[in-house]
Design a protein around this ligand. Sequence first.
Ligand code: TXA
Ligand code: MG
Length: 338
Amino acid sequence: MSKSHYSDLGTPNKITRAAENLRKGGVVAFPTETVYGLGADISQPEAIKKIFEIKGRPYNHPLIVHFAKLAELDFWARNIPQKALILAEHFWPGPLTLILPKSKHVPLNATGGQNTVGLRIPRHPIALQLLTELGSHKAIAAPSANRFGFISPTTADHVKETFGDSIDIILDGGHCEVGLESTIVSCLDNEITVLRPGGISVSQLESVLKQRVTIQPHNRVIRTSGSLASHYATITPLEICHSKSLFARACDLQQRKIRTAIVIWGKHEIDIQQKTSKLLHYIFMPDNPIEFAQNLYTTLRDLDDKNFQQILVEAPPDNPEWLAITDRLTRASHTFHK
Ligand code: TXA
Ligand code: MG
């Protein structure tokens, strides 16, 4: 494998090299507006295999296929319902993935053997440039650039820290604007169903479609790795705690001498004894969901590096705008791989 190169900004020259690398069957990490992706040209089976290997991801978990031009949607998908088209026209380029019946141009190794495909046109300029340079009727299969089950990267450094030299090129596009993964919407069987809440809120989908949209409960039928109970996980055990019991819980952890990071978003009067405790460390997050999402993964990664024994997170408001955040925190609080 070739040596890794890093840059501060994805310069046009570097994007051209990255596209060239993809064409030769290499693997490239690139920024999107949601999180960084680990990409392969979908016409390169060895490169797709490499992605699963690098991530440690089971081969039957489908990848999202990224492409650049709306006019090519019917090259990648078949039987596209009108509602899917409305969503694509409205939200692409952007943080929305549509699940549609796949065309013959999408190989089964990218879809985990399924006859459906997750498609998305990202809006980060580097992602779009990379796709454009790769050429027309070309696409990049890319999961988030993290180890399977762990937190997605929102900076190039996160990718570098996790994978180092096992990736040929890492394009640096700065901190991701959204900070959470795309919203995944199934458009199969004439139903519109949210499989994973994300960068586009359910109310945004509903106002464009002028109808109520269902959110799939966790007992899923379709294989969506983002729908496993434990996912997006920190290494440090994470617990969600209702605002009302937060300080009592912090006090309990303090008495048990457990070094705890406490992530809060509400405006609280913190007890002086807790404020000055060597065991408790408070992190103040924005109280609006857009900025909270932007900061969430970076904050959790930072805390994971700081040897806390516990992360306590104030439960987000019970409000649809916080749904994607609540979803990720709930999955992060499960503990299967610890
Ligand atoms: O924002 C995002 O979506 C990022 C950026 C890089 O685009 N990508 C991302 O990929 O989060 P990944 O692989 O970490 O999560 C994609 C999810 C997986 O849970 C996968 O199972 C699901 O999309 N998915 C992909 N194709 C699918 C399909 N045909 N049916 C059901 N779920 C699918
Ligand atoms: Mg992922």
